[in-house]
Design a protein around this ligand. Structure first.
Ligand code: GDP
Length: 451
């Protein structure tokens, strides 16, 4: 996520670190580097220009020259201005006074609308809403089916046009405006409080497409129109966003494919250029690869200051409280940490989503990107498989796991014996560390023995 931009910015700030005073030349040099980094990341030229002017004006002013640590003060300024570019405060979904709230998705074909519809529905359902999805993309073959699959995964019903639901190869027929109207009536009669409308996109901006989206919006009186944009599309993002802003006057932006390693900076320009806030981000193809977009947290991630708040929130959403309390009690009682406990912690962590992504939210994560890039999420599954292949007794008393047991466990879990050895060795070290911590009254933190 914004990896190369992040690398460039953090490298620039390294040069400022520890300087007692910043000369005008230091500030000019830093501004130049930041400018280049933003342009190389595809941030739109006018956005970069304004950003740099603000940074320079502030960096030359009293808040930096009088700061105890001028380098850090500059980072703080860049952080604040970056939050500004990204839209300032987090923008919550505006719910209609009289349900259902109608949310319409608009954007080019392939932007990720249909995928997002399922994720957004799952997210809202998790918050206690009762959404329904409306399949109004009647142009792309298979879009209705795809939405139905997404709805099924999210556990949310899908309203689709009646006659002519597509088979794989066919395109469904029907009038998308009418389908949208019917979906809203359906929501009203079945007491769904939110309708999410998936609309058709085209490969490029065209009048017909825009008119259809505007017609749907007007017909159902959408409360929120979300412009969905692929963050990898480069400098074209600004033109596309402007066209949609004029065509459908959207109320918020969703950035998709933020998991890609592309420069992604064009997406950073969209909020600034259109004056509409980024509300959500999509970071993969899975249902959970979705986040509410917090400009302040995203800026911290880009500047490698970590996004601990999101990490905690994800933990709160996924961790089983009873399990966590049980674990805490075990430590308080100084009971042995067993491989059963280890496996259960790992399962809890897995529920939070990709380990790679979670680690990426830690402060300083960008600095260990190479290790992170090499981190293989499937290694977690392999560790789990190894532990699953042990007998319950082996899990609580790993000392008994001798050579022949190791060979049996390796065979059972489909790994090499060296992986079993490695796990046991790391587990042994972690167990010792935990004992020390419990003895010292401290709580254990994080995952022991992770690769
Ligand atoms: P639509 O035409 O706007 O409805 O786009 P789709 O939802 O069909 O998405 C187009 C392609 O992008 C599909 O292959 C999706 O699986 C993929 N996709 C959507 N969102 C993301 C994302 O956040 N990350 C990645 N890596 N792929 C995505």
């Amino acid at each position: 996520m914004f990896n190369s931009l992040s690398d460039r910015l953090t490298a620039t700030f390294k040069n400022l670190r520890g300087k007692g005073r910043l000369s005008e030349a230091d500030i000019d040099g830093t501004a130049r580097e930041i400018r280049r980094a933003l342009l190389d990341a595809d941030v739109a030229v006018p956005v970069v220009r304004e950003f740099i002017a603000k940074i320079k004006a502030r960096a030359l002013g009293a808040e930096v020259s009088e700061a105890l640590n001028p380098g850090q003060q500059v980072v703080k300024i860049v952080n604040e201005e970056l939050v500004g570019i990204l839209g300032g405060d987090t923008r919550e979904l505006r719910l209609a006074k009289n349900p259902p709230t109608v949310i319409m998705l608009a954007g080019l074909q392939g932007a990720g609308k249909t995928t997002l519809a399922g994720k957004l529905a799952a997210h809202l359902k998790g918050k206690g809403h009762t959404p329904i999805l409306a399949a109004c993309d009647l142009q792309r073959p298979n879009a209705v089916n795809q939405l139905q699959v997404g709805g099924e995964r999210a556990g949310v019903p899908v309203f689709a046009p009646h006659p002519g639901i597509s088979s794989e190869a066919e395109t469904p027929t029907g009038d998308p405006v009418q389908v949208a109207r019917d979906a809203v009536s359906e929501a009203r009669s079945k007491l769904h409080d939110i309708v999410i409308i998936d609309t058709a996109g085209r490969l490029g901006v065209d009048q017909e497409l825009m008119r259809q989206a505007a017609d749907i919006k007007a017909a159902v009186g959408a409360h929120e129109t979300l412009f969905v944009i692929d963050s990898m599309i480069g400098q074209d993002a600004v033109n596309t966003a402007q066209a949609f802003n004029e065509g459908v006057d959207f109320t918020g932006v969703v950035l998709t494919k933020l998991d890609g390693d592309a420069r992604g900076g064009a997406a950073l320009s969209v909020a600034q250029v259109t004056g509409k806030p980024v509300m959500y981000a999509s970071t993969g193809e899975g249902l959970k690869d979705f986040e509410v977009f917090h400009p302040d947290r995203m800026a911290r991630r880009i500047l490698d200051m970590g996004d601990v708040l999101s990490l905690i929130e994800q933990a709160e959403q996924s961790w089983d409280k009873a399990e966590a309390a049980k674990m805490a009690q075990k430590f308080a009682d100084q009971e042995d940490f067993t491989l059963e406990d280890f496996r259960s912690q790992m399962q809890q962590l897995k529920k939070m989503g990709s380990m790679k992504k979670l680690l990426g939210m830690m402060p300083g994560a960008q600095g260990m990107r190479q290790q992170l890039d090499q981190f293989d999420d499937s290694s977690v599954d392999r560790i789990e498989a190894i532990i699953n292949s042990m007998t319950p007794h082996e899990r609580v008393a790993p000392k008994i796991i001798n050579g022949s047991r190791r060979a049996r466990i390796a065979k059972g879990s489909g790994v090499h014996v060296s992986e079993v050895n490695q796990l046991l060795e790391r587990f042994g070290q972690a167990q010792k560390m935990m004992k020390k911590m419990a003895g010292g009254g401290g709580m254990p933190g994080g995952m022991p023995g992770m690769p």
